[in-house]
Design a protein around this ligand. Sequence first.
Ligand SMILES: Cc1cc2nc3c(=O)[nH]c(=O)nc-3n(C[C@H](O)[C@H](O)[C@H](O)COP(=O)(O)O)c2cc1C
Length: 197
Amino acid sequence: MSCPVVVPPPPETFAAVLEARRSRRRMRRAPLRQLINMLAYATAPRGRLEGDVFLRSRRPGPTAGAFHPIETVLVDWRGHPRVMRYDALSHRLELLAVSNVEPLRNFARACADMLPEAQGTALVFIGHEARVTAAYEDPASLLWRDSGALSQTLFLAATAFGLAFCPLDILGREVIQAIGLPRDAVATGAVLLGRQR
Ligand SMILES: Cc1cc2nc3c(=O)[nH]c(=O)nc-3n(C[C@H](O)[C@H](O)[C@H](O)COP(=O)(O)O)c2cc1C
């Protein structure tokens, strides 16, 4: 589905956002439109390389070679488990087919064990090594560094929107298994996101 027009965060100084950024482990679920609005604000392209076969773009976060090889996937498991991909290039949300629900249950359990007071939505970062291999000899480390840069950009954006955000020490491989992605997909991290409690 196509997503609504993005609403920027309330005006605030950069210093105030930077100082306010803290991992928040108590949260409630936030409406999907608020999460997508934050994701879009933080990751939608502000410029594109016209006619480029690699779809290189400029966004608020840095990325090696302007490739942006990390996809952001939202995982919600209360009620019916849902896995969604936010496509920053088209500003659309895709509902992905879950071919194996068991790994998602394991992922949900791991999140709940780590942050028992968080009822949030998970974001899982999935890197596509092939996109970076096209231009770099040593793509693996670039994916990890890109993932860290994306995580910090989202963390600051979530803070600016008053959302709760906490990185997790799991990678989110279970989500790749659940949606059956090809072998070049690499899970590079997961965070929980929600409304502050
Ligand atoms: C890669 C990474 C993994 C993390 N994993 C967890 C985690 O599993 N559980 C948790 O409660 N916090 C986790 N955190 C949050 C850190 O504990 C937190 O950033 C640190 O204590 C500093 O606190 P602050 O973010 O509030 O400044 C993680 C942070 C990063 C960057």
